[in-house]
Design a binder for this molecule. Structure first.
Ligand code: IMP
Ligand code: MG
Length: 184
């Protein structure tokens, strides 16, 4: 531990998951994935933009040859959680690939549920989920999560890829958001 003082931006209330806790968890999940996927054609997929931070760290903690790919979906802010749409598709086919969908956070599960249903139709050899954060109390649809970093309470968080109005993705830790900053 460096013990160095961390300056929180105005929007953040307190650090929920520290930089050290994240890197320790990334190493732990990476070793588990390494053990489970050695010898297979592993493909890590993530949903832009938030998941790209976790994917970039996680893939370097998995010591086997692997490929990465990205997709983007529309936010459900405009039409409710059921309204998910692919705005940028994967670059490559996942036919016969061993796929892990890497997520920054799972909240209601609606977004990931939609993504999984689309991807399952494309003939992957297997498909699993790895999420850094899980707001499990908010879950609406039941999802199989093979690799889970941290279970967190029902509170809005920013940092390590997670944003509010596009900002704060670059915080190296995950922080809860101050109520007064949530007026949007
Ligand atoms: P779900 O479909 O409800 O599971 O929502 C998943 C998506 O909502 C995530 O991929 C994030 O983009 C966003 N989201 C959910 N909770 C938070 C949060 O606390 N902070 C930032 N984004 C969040
Ligand atoms: Mg996301």
């Amino acid at each position: 531990m460096s013990g160095k003082h961390v300056e929180l931006p105005d929007i953040a209330k307190k650090i929920l998951v520290t930089e050290e806790q994240i890197s320790e968890k990334v190493r732990e999940l990476g070793s588990r994935i390494f053990a489970d996927y050695e010898g297979t054609d592993l493909r890590l997929l993530t949903v832009l933009k938030g998941g790209s931070f976790f994917l970039a760290d996680l893939c370097r903690a998995i010591d086997i040859p692997l490929e990465i790919d990205f997709m983007a979906v529309s936010s459900y802010a405009d039409g409710g959680p059921g309204n998910v749409r692919i705005t940028k598709d994967l670059s490559d086919s996942i036919d016969d690939a061993s796929v892990i969908v890497v997520e920054d956070i799972i909240d209601t599960g609606m977004t990931l549920n939609y993504i999984l249903s689309v991807l399952r139709g494309r003939g992957p050899r297997s498909i699993e989920v790895c999420t850094l954060l899980d707001k499990d109390v908010r879950r609406i649809v039941d999802l199989p999560i093979a690799y889970r970093g941290f279970s967190i309470p029902d509170t809005f968080v920013v940092g390590y890829g997670l944003d509010v109005n596009g900002l704060y993705r670059n915080l190296p830790y995950v922080a809860t958001v101050a109520e007064e900053a949530m007026v949007r």
